[in-house]
Design a protein around this ligand. Structure first.
Ligand code: UGA
Length: 321
């Protein structure tokens, strides 16, 4: 018998997710042999998972549920990211809106963090998989609906990169920009489909000189990813991209810091010290909403982030050195 037993493990919490899963899903043939096979696999899980959390279904339901779970999570991120754009124009704060909306127990608080777009090896692939399935079933409106989740994700990445160029007086050509974070999320060295790659690609195309710092991603990985995405040879790329060993070095003499990954480390840095070593005016773009923006503005930073109108009174005391 062939069973379907999708995993719902997230990187960084995989062991916990395995030991204490929200549910275990086992799909199989609707035959006597199929149901015996399902029971056997279920018995293994019952050693540590409460029986009521083990769902048994037919094969199609199980396989489809995996795609739908990831598609719904991706959809929530795209949904909140569309709202982040409205917040930036209206003065609403996307974090406040997400909190207010998430307190509705029917909606729930998780996966409502606005960002520079979801990355990772799973979400985009699984949404595309769902789109392909809908297309092959000739369900074009369904395919178009889910395609929008990907399009919004691409748009959010580009929108953030454009925000950087626009606020740096319309050009980043020749300007040093510190990129904080290259992994697709914190606590992993995985860069697959990382939004950071797309933001960097955009800035490289605009002529910026990037100094990238990530606590876990290796410099070879960063060069390889960017070389693939930009089409530049690794040698050519090294003219535009430097890898820093620590965040202070990356920010020194830069015009701007761009937060791409929500590493905890970035919340604990000495931004007064960092500010003192940067070009003036100094900019900070927070793509993950992890920093205290008012405090940064009080230090002299010009701060821009997803989902929030830029704080007032910026550009005071900002004459170039
Ligand atoms: C995801 C699912 O969460 C797992 O349940 C699933 O098993 C796994 O894919 C898989 O199919 O193998 P993972 O890719 O490890 O897990 O990462 P997530 O924690 O889901 O994050 C995905 C992306 O969404 C990251 O770039 C993250 O930064 C972003 N994200 C997440 C947001 O932008 N906002 C949020 O509120 C949450």
């Amino acid at each position: 018998q062939v069973l379907s037993n999708p995993e719902f493990l997230a990187e960084g919490s995989a062991i916990h997710d395995l030991l204490a899963p929200d549910r275990v899903l086992i799909g199989g043939d609707e035959t006597i042999e199929g149901s015996l096979a399902i029971k056997k696999l279920s018995w293994i899980y019952e050693h540590w998972v409460p029986k009521e959390k083990i769902l048994t279904t037919n094969t199609w339901s199980s396989e489809l549920s995996k795609l739908v779970a990831n598609a719904f999570l991706a959809q929530r991120i795209s949904s909140i990211n569309t709202i982040s754009a409205i917040c930036e124009s209206t003065g609403a704060s996307v974090s406040e809106v997400a909190k207010a909306v998430g307190l509705d127990s029917r909606i729930g608080p998780k996966f409502l963090n606005a960002s520079i777009g979801f990355g990772g090896s799973c979400f985009q692939k699984d949404v595309y998989n769902l789109i392909y399935l809908a297309e092959s079933l000739k369900l074009e409106p369904v395919a178009q609906y889910w395609l929008q989740v990907i399009k919004i994700n691409d748009w959010q990445r580009e929108r953030f990169a454009q925000m950087i160029v626009q606020n740096l007086f319309g050009s980043v050509s020749g300007k040093k920009i510190a990129i904080y974070g290259f992994a697709f999320k914190k606590d992993t060295a995985d860069t697959r489909e990382s939004s950071s790659i797309y933001v960097c690609r955009y800035l490289i195309a605009e002529g910026a000189s990037l100094h990238i710092y990530d606590p876990k991603v290796t410099s070879d990985r960063i060069h390889l990813d960017l070389s693939e995405q930009t089409g530049l040879s690794e040698r050519e790329l090294r003219k535009h991209v430097k890898i820093a060993n620590e965040p202070y070095e990356a920010a020194k003499d830069s015009h701007a810091i761009v937060i791409c990954t929500e590493w905890d480390e970035f919340t604990k840095l000495d931004y007064e010290l960092i500010y003192s070593t940067m070009q003036k005016p100094s900019f900070l773009f927070d793509g993950r909403l992890i920093l205290d923006h008012d405090h940064l503005v009080s230090m002299g930073f010009n701060v821009f982030c997803v989902g929030k109108k830029p704080p007032k009174n910026q550009f005071l005391n900002q004459s170039p050195l």
